[in-house]
Design a protein around this ligand. Structure first.
Ligand SMILES: C[S@@+](CC[C@H](N)C(=O)[O-])C[C@H]1O[C@@H](n2cnc3c(N)ncnc32)[C@H](O)[C@@H]1O
Length: 377
């Protein structure tokens, strides 16, 4: 297991306001009240920015670099703006349809341009791995998938389920390396599924040729008749509100000797994290799970290994997305976002700046990505 030491470190810094596990109702209520006040102030700033308040990127970033270490270390409870962030919800994934509408089914030309769309690396909406010397976004995504191949111990002939498969990037890259691997992808985004259907007809794509099966549908309703050798899910569990249900479901799809690999955004503070801004404008009911707590939600599966990936990798990824977004204004400004483009642009820049900067604070040690390798218990 890698990098678990920091959680002991964090325990030394938990102040009353940050300790969500305190039994005292007064301490809990005070924390909730303060989190509400903090969230209101944050939302006021976000909405002022969206509505035209001019803040240079450098000032925005300095503000976060100053405030986030204090919050991570001394008041993490304030980073849970709503009570639902702290606990599991009733549904495996919440607000799925709304999430598709305001995020994943946005004009694809915007997302494809921002994320990058190359011969083998299709748009990939998750962290690239830069720490192994990647020189650009495309290579960082290759390095990240190479790491998945190694950690999930993928071998030729595996049948793999990609739970929340995006544009089919991971499947396409892995099938380019293994001629007998088969993939099944599940995704609720109609627009992303249309992209994959196009690739399934394209002889240049590894998604064509009958090795890739696509299901357009909701994680909540997913059912498969056959079981898989390997299951992977990358960048999806921030949309999962009930880890226990999700792991139970995934365990039922896995062969008895199968392996499951989850890659998620995660935080090394005592509680989960979300922001009012992202909940309202970007990822409804999205949350980042506490790194150490994820394995404790397993009943049918056991975690055999876990890794913390330093947040600087996501910082570089998000900054590359922002740069690509800024450089694509000629194209993206003419698309239909259901709102005034100037407003959409500021909202989107706020999101990418926020995402990119938070991962870089505290040298990436508090907000990064977590990977978990699981087998049947
Ligand atoms: C952040 S993207 C990651 C995509 C892909 N795994 C990657 O790494 O590029 C999350 C993906 O999960 C899908 N997703 C989110 N909620 C879902 C749900 N309830 N049912 C099915 N797919 C969902 C989204 O459409 C999107 O493709």
């Amino acid at each position: 297991m890698a990098s678990v030491g920091i959680s002991q470190n964090i325990q030394n810094h938990i102040p009353i306001i940050g300790d969500m596990t305190l039994k005292s109702p007064i301490a809990y209520k005070t924390t909730r009240l303060m989190a509400g006040v903090f969230n209101t102030a944050q939302m006021a700033l976000a909405e002022a920015y969206i509505n035209g308040l001019e803040i240079p990127d450098s000032v925005f970033q300095s503000l976060l670099h100053t405030s986030m270490p204090l919050l991570f270390k001394h008041a993490p409870g304030l980073l849970a703006p709503y009570e639902w962030v702290l606990k599991e919800s009733d549904h495996l994934a919440e607000s799925s349809r709304e999430l598709m509408k305001i995020q994943y089914d946005l004009p694809q030309a915007l997302l494809n341009r921002m994320l990058g769309d190359w011969d083998v690396i299709y748009p990939k909406y998750s962290m690239g791995l830069w720490e192994n010397g990647a020189i650009d976004l495309e290579q960082s995504q290759m390095h990240m998938i190479d790491q998945v191949i190694e950690r999930l111990e993928i071998v030729d002939g595996d049948h793999i389920l990609d739970f929340g498969c995006g544009w089919g990037c991971v499947a396409n890259y892995i099938m380019s390396k293994f001629p007998n691997v088969r993939f099944t992808g599940l995704n609720l985004s109609h627009q992303q599924c249309e992209y994959m259907r196009g690739k399934m007809q394209d002889p240049q794509s590894h998604l064509s040729g009958g090795r890739f099966t696509l299901y357009e549908g909701d994680l909540n309703e997913a059912q498969f008749t056959e079981k898989f050798d390997k299951i992977l899910s990358i960048g999806v569990f921030c949309h999962v509100g009930n880890l226990t249900n999700a792991f139970q479901k995934l365990s039922s799809f896995l062969k008895s000797d199968g392996k499951l690999f989850i890659h998620i955004i995660t935080v090394r503070i005592p509680n989960n994290l979300s922001t009012g801004f992202t909940h309202k404008y970007i990822f409804p009911h999205g949350r980042y799970w506490n790194y150490d707590a994820v394995p404790s939600h397993n009943s049918d599966l056991k975690t055999v290994d876990q890794w913390y990936i330093n947040g600087i990798n996501y910082h570089k990824t998000a900054m590359a997305w922002l740069e690509r977004f800024d450089a694509s204004q000629d194209l993206v400004k003419s698309l239909d976002y259901g709102m005034d483009y100037a407003k959409f642009r500021r909202m989107w820049r706020f999101y990418l700046l926020l995402l990119g900067t938070i991962f870089a604070t505290c040298d990436g040690e508090y907000n990064g990505n977590g990977q978990y390798l699981m087998t049947h218990a």
